[in-house]
Design a protein around this ligand. Structure first.
Ligand SMILES: *Cc1c(COP(=O)(O)O)cnc(C)c1O
Length: 443
């Protein structure tokens, strides 16, 4: 058995943690992001052909888990979390135009993969029902629903979701409020940034933590990042076995969580060719890859709202992977796609090919349309991050008909939903959490 990998902070290589500790903590104590001290390497022959996504995940992640307290549980964690397929589907109009569909989980976005894996890990490192762990999530939509679904009715863990009232789609709001039991939704009278600030203030409040242990489940957690590598490994290995050529990928990108996963899979030695990043009108990454200094900025609102990010949090991990900016820029290209083009791409593919995509997926699809128009005949997979039915208010007017709703999403929309209103003040969340802790003691 190989020696245990240690996990370091992107901001301080002397901060060491085990994988379990890094997953439980989320953020490193110095505010950095946890990374493995090195990326393990594997080859296609290490994987058994014909395995499920969970089998691929268990093989891929075993060097990351080796020596950790959770190592023996890894196959069970993968089997429990990865219960839905992530098919690589060829579109009919070009045999090498593929879509990697990541939206077949319970809340119809790729966030289900990471949230379910994190939940499966956390329930093994923590299950003290007498003093529940409260997971705080600030969400602009998809993350909150995935985390709520993943932790719903898990003993010893409560979930509190903060979302900006009136700034998520009606279907997203319904999803956030429909769980009940150990999941509580709070509709904050402010913006997403207020929700994030309130969560950070609570997490950094030692006196509050002493009363009510808190953790977060945002996308910087290794427990969400690592499992996202599985579907890239699974798809690229399947393509490799059949065609003996690497698969090229275009990833819709906001915080760089999903894209960093494919970067790491390629760096581990699996057969992935070019990686292209598709962004919306938020141009922080396209500007950097075009040669400008990295300049985080305020996000602008777009049709692909889950990618409305001006300061991609995983950029630190990308820089850790390729410390030299020249070398980093040589690895990728990033391109910005504006709202008009997103809308035109959705409308055109519905009209010409009878295929319906979500606004995020449409950014990547547009890049591929450009490559094909320029004569590129390589195998490209566009990563489909969400089902279009989640964004029906954008998609349906563009295609002139309704979008079929996947059954898991339909079931959620049938349940009743409720959320408590909260003012956008740190003290409001603090008081609410203290009340909740006091009620638990009485029970
Ligand atoms: C979260 C999300 C993204 C962006 O993913 P990152 O990991 O933040 O880059 C893209 N599309 C959808 C539908 C999402 O929910």
């Amino acid at each position: 058995m190989s020696a245990a990998l240690r996990y370091l902070s992107t901001r301080n290589a002397n901060t060491h943690a085990t994988l379990s500790e890094a997953i439980a903590a989320g953020l490193a104590p110095d505010g950095g992001l946890y990374v493995p001290e090195r990326l393990p390497t594997l080859s296609p022959e290490d994987f058994s052909a014909g395995g499920t996504l969970a089998d691929t995940a268990a093989t891929l992640l075993s060097p990351f888990f080796a020596g950790d307290a959770l190592a023996g549980e890894l196959p069970a964690i993968c089997a429990e979390a990865l219960t839905f397929p992530t098919p690589l589907r060829a579109l009919t109009h070009h045999p090498k135009t593929l879509v990697l569909e990541l939206f077949h989980g319970p809340t119809a976005a790729f966030k289900d993969v990471g949230a379910r894996f994190l939940a499966a890990c956390l329930r093994r490192v923590r299950s003290d029902a007498s003093n529940p762990l409260t997971i705080l999530v600030a969400t602009s939509g998809d993350t909150g629903a995935a985390v709520a679904a993943a932790f719903h009715r898990q003993p010893g863990i409560d979930v509190v979701i903060l979302y900006p009232d009136g700034r998520v789609s009606p279907r997203q709001a319904h999803q956030l409020g429909c769980f009940g039991d150990n999941v509580q939704a709070l509709r904050v009278q402010g913006r997403f940034d207020d929700c994030q600030r309130m969560v950070k203030a609570a997490l950094n409040d030692a006196a509050l933590q002493a009363q009510s242990p808190l953790s977060s489940a945002n996308s910087i957690s290794l427990g969400r990042l690592l499992p996202q590598m599985s579907y890239y490994a699974h798809a690229s290995l399947a393509w490799w076995r059949e065609h003996r050529e690497p698969l090229n990928l275009i990833v819709p990108t906001g915080n760089l969580g999903n894209a960093l996963a494919v970067v790491w899979v390629r760096a581990m030695g699996l057969p992935i060719g070019a990686i292209r990043l598709a962004c919306n009108a938020n141009t922080t990454l396209p500007d950097f890859f075009a040669g400008e200094d990295y300049t985080p900025r305020q996000a602008v609102a777009t049709l692909a709202n889950a990618m409305d990010v001006g300061a991609p949090s995983n950029f630190e991990r990308l820089q850790w992977t390729y410390p030299d900016n020249q070398a980093l820029r040589a690895q990728f290209r990033a391109q910005s796609v504006d709202d008009r083009t997103i809308a035109a791409t959705i409308a055109q593919h519905a009209r010409e090919h009878d295929e319906v995509f979500c606004p995020h997926t449409a950014t990547a699809l547009h890049l591929l349309d450009q490559y094909r128009a320029a004569g590129d005949d390589l195998p490209w997979a566009v990563v489909a991050t969400a089902h279009p039915a989640k964004f029906e208010s954008v998609v349906e007017p563009l295609i002139g008909r309704s979008v079929d709703v996947p059954s898991a999403l339909a079931a959620m929309l049938q349940r009743s939903a409720s959320a408590e209103s909260m003012s956008a003040e740190d003290g409001a969340l603090r008081g609410w959490l203290l009340d909740k802790a006091a009620q638990h003691v009485e029970i």
